[in-house]
Design a protein. Sequence first.
Length: 209
Amino acid sequence: MGKFEVLDHPLIQHKLTIIRNRDTGTKVFREVVNEISTLMAYEVSRDMPLEDVEVTTPIEKTVKKQLTGKKVAIVPIIRAGLGMVDGFLNLIPAAKVGHIGMYRDEKTLKPVEYFVKMPADIDQRQIFVVDPMLATGGSAIMAIDALKHRGAHNFKFMCLVAAPEGVKALQKAHPDVDIYTAALDEKLNKDGYIMPGLGDAGDRLFGTK
């Protein structure tokens, strides 16, 4: 079973409370999601591989650590996942970005895929799938299904808020995927929204209803 971790760093928790507030406007919401994403990217990149490299300081030559150059891809689930991309790129600017477009059928609450665009070498990359909400788990499961179908196999899933139902569903469907969230909330309501949650992340990011 993949790792499941709640990233409870004080700065992440503080900023998450700001975006939970219904009175937080689009501009601040977007900025704070970006900040949380950067902090989360720092936490989830702890196990990135290092190698020894020789470097000449102003004093002498020495051997120190650098990233091995392992290829990274960030894959947001459109729309809301787009709000987390720049925060990640703040720390790993050389990462490629793929996109998976999905929407939720309001009657069935099931995700419908409508767009997939990936780097050509997606099968060689460490992939970070990002979406602010892990509610029913349907979108995350379908996104990872689509990536596996294209040869990808090394995944981490990052969200801001998760429901227990979504975590359980994603773990069952893809037990090889590590899941990182800033908060594990109480439950889903009858409409499939996370409680207490933060509302519709896409609408709040982009100022739509």
